[in-house]
Design a protein around this ligand. Structure first.
Ligand code: 289
Ligand code: CA
Length: 160
């Protein structure tokens, strides 16, 4: 029994050592793919990656394309995420549609899963639902938000 106890410890030490090697390899791999995702104009914030393909389309089209790619439209939940999205908007000099809208209930802005937004950065005077036709949200080069018609065409920006 004494001997088998020792060999169990030795075996566990070996397994930990293998796992440590695998963790180091995974960390290196993750670091590499974070660089890939950020090149040439993506951004990594925490465990979110914001990526554009350069495609432009209306809200439904962009939403579908992000879903198809295994992500969703960029949905900033704090100032750091909003700033990262703003940097991409500046680089392309084109506003993007966020994964936020009030299609379901006028004036109640939600994420795509229906949850009420926890962060916002509206331009002064917005959202104004101009002509009663603005249920989607664009973000400008100044990082501020404007509600806008979902039929407009904007640069795609997905989060993964
Ligand atoms: O069609 C209206 C939009 O072009 C925008 O016009 C003005 O900038 C403001 O009224 C905005 O709120 C509006 O989205
Ligand atoms: Ca507006």
């Amino acid at each position: 029994k004494g001997d088998s106890g020792l060999s169990e410890v030795t075996l566990l030490k070996k397994q930990v050592s293998v796992l440590q090697g695998q963790l180091t390899a995974l960390q290196a791999s993750l670091s590499k793919y974070q660089k890939v995702a950020a090149f040439p104009s993506g951004r990594i914030v925490g465990n979110k990656a914001f990526v554009t393909s350069g495609y432009e389309g209306n809200f439904d089209d962009l939403k579908q394309r992000c879903l198809q790619a295994g992500g969703q439209l960029a949905s900033p939940r704090n100032a750091a995420e909003n700033a990262a999205i703003q940097q991409i908007v500046i680089l392309h000099n084109k506003p993007v549609f966020l994964g936020i809208n009030d299609i379901q209930t006028e004036g109640r802005f939600t994420y795509l899963n229906g949850d009420a937004i926890v962060y916002s950065n509206w331009q002064q005077g917005e959202p104004n639902n101009d002509k009663g036709r603005e249920n989607c949200v664009e973000i400008f080069v100044n990082g501020k938000w404007n509600d806008r018609s979902c039929g407009e065409k904007r640069l795609i920006l997905c989060e993964f």
